[in-house]
Design a protein around this ligand. Sequence first.
Ligand SMILES: [Zn+2]
Length: 72
Amino acid sequence: MTTSDQARDFTCPDCGSFIFRPGPCGGLSQNIECVGCRSRFNVAHWRGLLVSAERIPNDSQWREDMVPKVLQ
Ligand SMILES: [Zn+2]
């Protein structure tokens, strides 16, 4: 994954999907799961822009009761 092109439209580096299931969030951080290949990422937003995206393990903590509103 490149770090120089953090566009607001995040696509999965594994399968190219742009559809994600939102997971737990805290502050500016939002966990998302690719619906195509189930890769998981932790993304951060600032002023509506995606500013960072970090891959997280598929066995990371993912509590359904922490699922927030739909990812903006
Ligand atoms: Zn994917």
